[in-house]
Unconditional design. Structure first.
Length: 150
């Protein structure tokens, strides 16, 4: 089988054991290092880059979900990072939930993975990211409310 496009493996990170978790963690680390004003833009860029790189990577291997392709995790985690907004705690909660959903693939997440070609490679991560994003948003809002005393 052909090697996936380097962008889809995050230039080799996908070759490492636990590459999906490493790629997701990388999104969190960069997000945390950025000033709050830049985080939403980075999150959207991660989402867009991840989607495009996954499309390129999946097409380079004939539409297969090659384990070395980790850009789909970048896209899913980008979605979580958008929802985490300004809360590092919300981001960590979202990260943990995203990885659990992506690894365990309960019900609809597994079904999304069965879509053909590129869609299947990306859809399970986007669905897992969407669920984790809702959780991250709820945590962030709860923390903001608790911090405002109301």
């Amino acid at each position: 089988m052909r090697a996936p496009h380097p962008a889809s493996t995050l230039f080799g990170l996908g070759e490492a054991p636990g590459g999906g978790t490493l790629a997701s963690a990388l999104v969190c680390i960069v997000w945390a290092l950025l000033p709050a004003v830049a985080r939403p833009w980075f999150s959207l860029a991660a989402l867009a880059f991840g989607a495009v790189a996954t499309w390129v990577g999946a097409n380079s291997v004939g539409g297969a979900d090659d384990r070395r392709i980790v850009s789909d995790e970048v896209a899913g985690m980008g979605l979580v990072a958008v929802a985490a907004w300004r809360s590092p705690v919300a981001l960590v909660v979202g990260f943990v939930l995203f990885r659990l959903l992506d690894i365990l693939k309960p019900g609809p997440v597994r079904s999304a993975e069965r879509l053909p070609g590129f869609l299947g490679v990306l859809a399970d991560d986007m669905l897992a990211g969407a669920v984790a994003a809702v959780a991250a948003l709820c945590v962030g809002l709860a923390l903001a409310k608790a911090g405002s005393g109301g």
